[in-house]
Write a protein that binds this ligand. Structure first.
Ligand SMILES: Cc1cc2nc3c(=O)[nH]c(=O)nc-3n(C[C@H](O)[C@H](O)[C@H](O)COP(=O)(O)OP(=O)(O)OC[C@H]3O[C@@H](n4cnc5c(N)ncnc54)[C@H](O)[C@@H]3O)c2cc1C
Length: 389
């Protein structure tokens, strides 16, 4: 349980405070009891999808007109902080399903796509994934090679392999990004809504064992001439790069908020530990070098939260620029790694064991710096936006 002084509650108006408390109660009751076990057992829990759906969390960002809860951007980040403080794997699942897939469909899909899939996605009856990354197209997504060849009847055949796809091994549907013409560069990229089993996708786990997010499922998805109808195109032929960036914009703010949650959990565990543990006849908290570490973690947490809330408020006001989100994701995810690393150190040998929270927080925090645009990519975006202004 987080120490009250490091919760966001004091800086929130009553409706937002009550909202955060409601998600916190859900996360503590339904996610926290499984968080360590699913990580240790590398187990994706379908029950988590259904629980997030039943609590209205998967449909949180979706407009009420489309069956969702109509959360604003501040509510979205509050929910991600609360879930992220408890279980990085559940937060990853939630952000992919509700942000990268459902919000993308809501924004770019047509009436038929929204009508068919938004309800099942937000109720947790189907699992979605966002298939962008390839072996040779990571940060440079515009260089993707997955091919969508159009036939004489207007349908498409997909050929290529996607990798590191969160939920990929268990998903019912995927937003798959492929090019209709490699010569057109990013203007050839097109997004397809694919029913994975119907097109005979081949699934395989990613190579090796993931460092963190071990309660998530990460897979390689291969398409070998899979036929998809013209109606599967999302957002128009050649508009897939914009669809991908729209999805990532929803996802990145959730990642940044999840990083705030990790910092809060690392600090909370450290505060509890250094107050309880005695060495040299005093609690660790009495030593100035320990206090300095705690102060650094607290300052990073407050600064990260301020950047993430600032980005959410700018988004709500319609005045967010590309550098605002980049600054929030960059700072919050780097600070999450620092916080978790410090927490391991402050817990001594216990921090090096899965019996205590810091090691999982550290492994999960490292992933946040990589996916949905690495820290270097966020720096490039931020620098470009500052230099241009
Ligand atoms: C846990 C996890 C979940 C993921 N989930 C998904 C998912 O659901 N869907 C999906 O499509 N992908 C997913 N990914 C993939 C992720 O988005 C990519 O790993 C990420 O975009 C980076 O690509 P890459 O791994 O190929 O690294 P590269 O692009 O090969 O980068 C390697 C290194 O080079 C640096 N670099 C690259 N270009 C530049 C540059 N121009 N300037 C400076 N440095 C640079 C990078 O910052 C990095 O440090 C996931 C990855 C992880 C770890």
């Amino acid at each position: 349980m987080a120490t009250d002084s490091i919760l966001p509650d004091r800086e929130l108006d009553a409706p937002y405070r009550e909202f955060a408390q409601r998600i916190r109660a859900f996360a503590n009751d339904q996610l926290e009891p499984h968080a360590r076990a699913i990580d240790e057992q590398r187990r994706f829990m379908p029950e988590t999808v259904r629980a997030l759906g039943a609590a209205g969390i998967l449909g949180g960002p979706i407009a009420t007109a489309h069956g969702g809860e109509g959360w604003d951007a501040l509510q979205i980040v509050l929910a991600n902080e609360e879930v992220g403080a408890v279980c990085g794997s559940a937060r990853g699942l939630m952000a992919v399903q509700s942000g990268l897939v459902a919000q993308c469909l809501e924004q770019f899909g047509d009436d038929a796509q929204r009508g068919r899939w938004l309800g099942p996605l937000i109720r947790g009856e189907v699992v979605g994934c966002f298939a962008l990354t390839e072996d040779d197209a990571g940060s440079d997504v515009a260089s993707l090679a997955c091919r969508a060849s159009v036939g004489s009847d207007g349908s498409y055949r997909l050929a290529g392999t996607k990798t590191w796809i969160t939920n990929g091994g268990v998903a019912d549907i995927a937003l798959v990004f492929a090019t209709v013409d490699p010569a057109r560069g990013r203007d050839g990229i097109t997004c397809f809504l694919v029913e994975l089993e119907a097109v005979g996708v081949q699934r395989a786990p990613v190579a090796g064992v993931e460092l963190g997010h071990r309660g998530s499922n990460h897979a390689r998805l291969s398409f070998h001439g899979s036929a998809v109808p013209a109606e599967a195109v999302v957002g128009g032929v050649g508009n897939g790069f914009a669809v991908a960036m729209g999805g990532l914009s929803c996802g990145r703010i959730s990642v940044a908020a999840g990083a705030v949650g990790i910092q809060r959990a690392a600090l909370s565990s450290s505060i509890e530990f250094v107050n309880a543990r005695q060495q040299f006849g005093k609690p660790l908290a009495a030593f100035q070098m320990v206090q300095e570490r705690i102060a650094d973690m607290a300052a990073d947490l407050l600064a990260s939260r301020a950047l993430v809330y600032r980005c959410a408020r700018l988004r709500m006001a319609g005045s967010e620029g590309p550098g605002d989100l980049a600054a929030a994701k960059l700072f919050a995810t780097e600070a999450a790694s620092r916080a978790a690393d410090t927490a391991v150190m402050l817990h001594g040998s216990r921090g090096y064991s899965s019996a205590y929270p810091p090691e999982r927080l550290l492994r999960d925090a490292l992933g946040l710096r990589i996916y949905e645009g690495t820290s270097m990519i966020q720096k490039s975006i931020l620098a470009r936006s500052v230099l241009r202004s």
